[in-house]
Design a protein around this ligand. Structure first.
Ligand SMILES: [Fe+2]
Length: 153
């Protein structure tokens, strides 16, 4: 592989973009866990509303890059099972749906904690960041190396 080759630079940029998206999702999971840990009495409502606001855009941006660039290439090379990519795609849809509902729940709680159930919100938070962490770990450990291999063919 030639470092100054435009194709090499393009591969490197694409790998970097995918890796950065995974890192952003890991940061998001940590922020959601931190929020859950502050419930009910130590919640920073301003930070919670800001987190709620970036939840769906962040996930959509990261996952659409996988859908647009990573999955099509892996489907094309045929090294990855179609069922596995279908499962990952389904998880993206579930996570984005969950994130939209969670953002509403976080906003509702932040605006009126007394009228909302902290335990239910904590359960809701864990319902997103735990499976999302597992998904991102799989993306990092399995999909990222496959993508690198496919780009370097
Ligand atoms: Fe993913």
């Amino acid at each position: 592989m030639l470092v100054n080759d435009p194709n090499t630079q393009s591969c490197s940029r694409r790998m970097h973009a995918f890796g950065a998206g995974l890192a952003q999702q890991e940061i998001l999971c940590s922020a959601l866990e931190d929020l859950a840990d502050t419930l009910p009495s130590q919640l920073d409502t301003y930070a919670a509303v800001r987190l709620a606001g970036r939840l769906v855009p962040t996930l959509t941006q990261c996952q659409s890059l996988e859908e647009r660039e990573v999955f099509p290439l892996l489907r094309q090379t045929g090294d990855t099972s179609a069922q596995m990519l279908d499962r990952l795609h389904a998880e993206h849809i579930e996570d984005e749906d969950h994130a939209a509902m969670l953002a509403d729940a976080i906003n509702g709680f932040a605006h009126d904690p007394a009228q909302n159930d902290a335990e239910a919100l904590g359960y809701f938070l864990r319902g997103l960041f735990q499976p999302l962490r597992r998904h991102v770990a799989f993306d990092r450990e399995v999909i990222l190396p496959m993508y690198r291999h496919a780009l370097n063919r």
